[in-house]
Design a protein around this ligand. Structure first.
Ligand code: LLP
Length: 463
């Protein structure tokens, strides 16, 4: 996640000795469309608009901080993924990135399936009408109660993550008199080039069953031997925010090798392979994500080629993008509060949110961009660190960025590409109230997840 150091902007040219940041954009008023939701633009007064509504109006009606989600962009991205993979493959939206009942309805309408990884996500999905057969249930430690609910609901697949779980799911399915469709999640031994905490296919970690030392082959043996299970495929997820297709190539090759071994040993050709999610998005102008059709072509070429070599029928491919669908569709709108210039260093810009609405910067060193959105400015760029209002110095939203030097308290600034893993990982740290998610479409804005209130906090505090 590092970027190269560039010559600094004019104002702080002499002091930028540490850190990694780009030079300021030539014109800070220009919005890089790569990082903003598709309907975002500036109106003739210079204010940012989304879905045709200016941010000042949104701030007035819904308050700040708040996440604004471009619904038509979300739907368009769903369609792009579904079209790219076509009728012979399945796209599962990874609900962990952001899930709400409205989102479930959009997914359903746009023909996507849904990956859930907890009882809460399962309840949301079922409650909003996602057909159970279009749901896949993941997790390295699903509780017995969660498995029961998934089996009772009739979810399309349960992705088995461990030897214990193979037995647990088989027992529960048998008790319910069903054969549960399952996949086995394997770790293929790929080091994805991403942050350690979001890389998931190397072997030294909690997820999945290693392909190495025949563990995965043994898991297949056990799953095939149990009456309650209908083993339909192998699953691999190699990590997150990945741009390089090489990791997927290795993963697909190793999974296909396992399918060939299974065919040789059991005479069974497993019909499905799931290559997980993890496709990167642009958080800053320096990120260059691939389009869904390129990803679909690359993945299907790899699988087809490997299957031909192993003389296997090409299995049905599925993928589980979360971030790549919802990430770019939302931005967080903040009001600027305290501004603290540190001469010769940088200017700290405090906003009315922080690590409680975006933990990714503190947790993964994630990089974001930021723009002044309530107006334009011709002032020179100043190097800023956008920080929150929490009692913690690591409470950083955007580590290094440039904003106009005439920035003032009361201005609205926005951080783009916060649709994924921001609201879903939001917390009540310092008793912060988690911000609302507002869907904007064709000149209309509506709350899909409301802002928390102090009553919400107190409701859980039973005194
Ligand atoms: N499938 C499985 C099995 C997963 O574990 C994940 C993400 C996905 C799909 C979706 O990955 P995506 O396409 O959204 O990258 N909180 C971290 C990301 C953790 C992802 C965990 N699993 C972040 O904020 O970057």
């Amino acid at each position: 996640m590092s970027r190269s150091a560039h010559p600094a902007g004019p104002r702080h040219a002499d002091v930028l000795t540490e850190g990694h940041y780009s030079a300021p954009a030539a014109d800070l008023n220009v919005l890089d469309e790569k990082v903003w939701a598709r309907t975002v633009t500036r109106d003739e007064d210079g204010a940012l608009t989304v879905g045709g509504i200016a941010v000042a109006r949104l701030a007035e009606e819904f308050g700040t901080p708040a996440y604004f989600l471009d619904e038509s962009d979300f739907r368009a991205r769903c369609r792009a993924w579904a079209d790219a993979f076509g009728p012979d493959a399945d796209v599962f939206y990874a609900g962990k990135a952001f899930l709400s009942r409205a989102v479930v309805r959009w997914l359903k309408e746009e023909g996507l399936n849904l990956d859930v990884c907890s009882g809460g996500e399962l309840t949301t999905a079922l409650g909003a009408g996602m057909p159970a057969e279009r749901i896949a249930f993941h997790g390295n430690n699903k509780t017995v109660a969660e498995i029961e609910r998934a089996v009772e609901a009739g979810v399309g697949r349960i992705v088995l993550d461990s030897f214990q779980e193979i037995v647990r799911v088989a027992h529960i399915a048998q008790r319910h008199g069903v054969r549960q469709r399952v996949q086995i999640r394997v770790t293929v031994g790929v080091e994805a080039h991403t942050h350690e905490f979001i890389a998931t296919a190397h072997e030294d970690q909690k997820f999945g069953i290693a392909l190495a030392d025949g563990q995965a082959a043994e898991a297949v043996r056990r799953a095939l031997s149990l009456d309650g299970l209908d083993l339909v495929g192998i699953h691999s997820h190699i990590g997150s925010q990945i741009f390089d297709m090489a990791g997927f190539e290795v993963s697909a090759r190793r999974v296909v090798q396992l399918l060939a071994e299974v065919r040789d040993e059991h005479g069974v050709e497993l019909p499905e392979i799931d290559l997980g999610g993890g496709l990167g998005i642009a958080y800053t102008s320096e990120d260059d994500p691939r389009e869904p059709h390129e990803i679909a072509k690359a993945l299907s070429d790899i699988v087809t080629r490997e299957c031909e070599a192993a003389k296997l029928r090409t299995p049905r491919i599925s993928v589980e993008p979360g971030r790549a669908i919802v990430g770019p569709t939302a931005f967080t709108l903040y009001e600027v509060g305290t501004i603290k210039p540190l001469e010769g260093l940088r200017t700290y810009v405090s906003v009315d949110g922080g690590m409680s609405d975006n933990i990714r910067t503190a947790l993964y060193d994630a990089e974001y961009s930021v723009a002044l959105v309530s107006r334009t400015s011709d002032a020179e760029p100043m190097l800023v660190r956008v920080v929150g209002k929490h009692c913690e110095s690591g409470d950083i939203v955007v580590k290094d960025a440039f904003l106009p030097a005439d920035l003032a308290p009361g201005d609205l600034i926005a951080v783009p590409a916060t649709g994924a893993y921001c609201r879903s990982m939001a917390s009540n740290y310092n008793h912060a109230l988690r911000p609302p998610v507002v869907a904007v479409r064709d000149g209309e804005a509506r709350v899909i997840v409301r802002r928390e209130t102090e009553e919400d906090l107190l409701r859980l505090d039973v005194g």
